[in-house]
Design a protein around this ligand. Structure first.
Ligand code: COI
Length: 331
């Protein structure tokens, strides 16, 4: 059995090598992402393991299938960049890693929330100027706030656990109710109710056609004045222009964004200077003291990266050997 792994970074390499040695399975590591210019390298392999945020296009998927590769394992959780029609048409089986580390995402979301509430960005900037005064940079306490969690899957639940540790009141919205959280009575019936009651809103939904720009002008208008917004899920969930308007008006007091709707090709790139970042809207956000942008790094922990590599390789072997895996994605 031979597997090709695309988009392999240096930090993934030790885990890949260890897995390959332990299992006695050949894995060819390719640094480039899977696209039309690299797909030919997959010829002769039994399965492909991939991670990327740019699209897996129908052309690429047709080509993989024409090489007889019907086992595709994503090293991440999101499948919104996969051409579902091409997957079905070609009979390709796809796995993801549904829970490489919910803590990794939840911990960053809450870290950034706390940074917003304690206004550390403003203090950092003041201190850099030699200004060690307290006022007017007064903080808020999470202990006194209601956190609204949109989507209470594994990551949302971790966020809830952590925020409860801080003493926050939790409300949640999800189409599927977690039985334990249901018992705790955290669920509200509508997003509108969550918008009306929450001091902090944190989104943990996958990206679908239905929830694109879920947080838009109309949604912001229904929220409390001075609400804090956290997005460590998918950029497309927030209408960035609407968020900027809500920040300008003060409706939104602060936002922590680990994702951005136009991030592909921008995040995880070194532009050499702030001015060279080729996205004026992103720069507008980055300049604000009450906005914390991180370049989609919530997943980027040692634990998560190790799990992503090893789970995906194990799933790929299962697809190749048995034609099925517990983490198979239904399109
Ligand atoms: C995901 O797992 O879907 C992520 O958002 C993390 C990143 C590897 C794309």
């Amino acid at each position: 059995m031979k597997i090709i792994a695309y988009g392999i970074r240096d930090d993934e390499m030790p885990y890949l090598k260890q897995w390959s040695k332990d299992k006695g399975i050949e894995v060819k590591a390719v640094a480039e992402l899977l696209d039309e210019s690299t797909v030919d390298q997959a010829k002769g392999y039994d399965g492909a393991v991939v991670y990327q945020q740019k699209p897996y296009t129908s052309k690429v998927l047709d080509k993989l299938a024409s090489f007889g590769i019907k086992s595709l394992s994503l090293r991440n959780v999101g499948v919104d960049n996969v051409d579902a029609d091409a997957i079905k048409r070609n009979g390709i089986k796809v796995t993801n890693v549904p829970a490489y580390s919910p803590s990794a995402i939840a911990e960053l979301a809450v870290t950034q929330l706390m940074r917003l509430l304690r206004r550390t960005n403003t203090f950092d900037r003041k201190i850099a100027q030699g200004d060690l005064r307290w006022a007017p940079t007064i903080a808020k306490e999470l202990d006194q706030m209601t956190v609204g969690v949109i989507a209470t899957g594994r990551i949302g639940r971790k966020v809830i656990d952590i925020c409860r540790g801080f003493g926050a009141k939790i409300i949640g919205y999800d189409v599927y109710h977690n039985p334990e959280l249901e018992k705790d009575g955290i669920y509200v019936d509508t997003l509108d109710e969550l918008y009306a009651k929450a001091d902090v809103i944190t989104v943990h939904s996958p990206a679908t056609k239905e929830n694109e720009h879920m947080l838009n002008d109309a949604a912001f208008a229904k929220m409390k004045d001075g609400v804090f917004i956290i997005n460590a899920a998918r950029g497309i969930l927030i209408d960035t222009d609407a968020l900027i308007r809500a920040l300008d008006s003060g409706k939104v007091a602060g936002a922590a964004l680990d994702v951005y709707e136009d991030e592909v090709g921008i995040f995880n790139t070194d532009f050499g200077s702030f001015d060279a970042i080729p996205d004026e809207r992103l720069k507008n956000l980055l300049k604000r003291e009450n906005v914390l942008v991180t370049p989609h790094v919530a997943f980027y922990t040692e634990t998560a990266v190790k799990n992503m590599v090893q789970y995906a390789l194990n799933s790929n072997v299962n697809l190749i050997e048995k034609g099925s895996d517990d983490s198979e994605v239904k399109f």
